[in-house]
Design a protein around this ligand. Structure first.
Ligand code: AP5
Length: 222
């Protein structure tokens, strides 16, 4: 019996390395990466009314209202590729109401990964972050520099990646994190995110390997 595909959530403060780890996880495990922040930035890029409203909140480092975010995430998780390959939900849920909505829609995660990173590192990571608009890849001027001049020349910075804005985002994170954690205590794994991206991934990789083995074992008993 083929085990059910993995359903994973990843959480952590702004710039704790969620997107970076998601690149590594999807490369190895083939899950569909569903990032709330990326869905919102794509909506902004369409020029829609929802995108315009979302940007107002994002610029203040506040949570975008549920009526915009919740449906966006739900629709993406219901697409056939997410159902078939499993999903990796990044940056959602960020509040109790979002977690409750997820449960009501019947999405039951297997594992909740929480990246823990000290605050001084978060600011340094935000300020040095750059994105490649062509490949979507995440870089850091010091920790993950671009491979060549061509990539370096086209890198962009996010509108909310300033020291001032990351402090606002961090404040919002602290206001909501405990409520979300309390919903997933039994499936939470806390990962020390202060190490290099390869070392952080090694911890996540071993947790996912264990989980797949458990699923395979329970599948073969069924
Ligand atoms: P979102 O886009 O989710 O931003 P965030 O949570 O602030 O997280 P980031 O994307 O900034 O960081 P990350 O953890 O992915 O780190 P990364 O891997 O890039 O949300 C933006 C906004 O959208 C929110 O403020 C809110 O307004 C809104 N929003 C989003 N979700 C919402 C929701 N559910 N409800 C309501 N509103 C929502 O890494 C950062 C940098 O560090 C990179 O340069 C990277 O190269 C580097 N780096 C990564 N790992 C390491 C390492 N181990 N060592 C050294 N450097 C590293």
């Amino acid at each position: 019996v083929k085990p059910e595909p993995l359903k994973i959530m990843i959480s952590g403060a702004p710039a704790s390395g969620k997107g970076t780890q998601c690149e590594l996880i999807t490369r190895k495990y083939g899950l569909v990466h569903v990032a709330a922040g990326d869905l919102l930035r794509a909506e902004i890029a369409t020029g829609s009314e929802n995108g315009r409203r979302a940007k107002e909140y994002m610029e203040k480092g506040q949570l975008v209202p549920d009526e915009i975010v919740v449906m966006m995430v739900k629709e993406r998780l219901l697409k056939p590729d997410s159902k078939q390959n499993g999903w990796l939900l990044d940056g959602y849920p960020r509040s109790l109401s979002q977690a409750t909505a997820l449960k009501e829609f019947g999405f039951d995660p297997d594992l909740f990964i929480v990246l823990e990173v000290s605050e001084d590192k978060l600011v340094e990571r935000v300020v040095g972050r750059r994105l490649d608009p062509v490949t979507g890849k995440i870089y850091h001027l010091k920790y993950s520099p671009p491979e060549n001049e061509e990539v370096a020349a086209r890198l962009t910075q996010r509108f909310d990646d300033t020291e001032e804005k990351v402090k606002l985002r961090l404040h919002t994170h602290h206001q909501n994190v405990e409520a979300v954690l309390s919903m997933y205590e039994d499936i939470t794994i806390k990962i020390n995110g202060n190490a290099s991206k390869e070392e952080v991934f090694a911890q996540i990789d071993s947790a996912l390997t264990n989980l797949l083995e458990q699923k395979a074992a329970s599948g073969s008993l069924a």
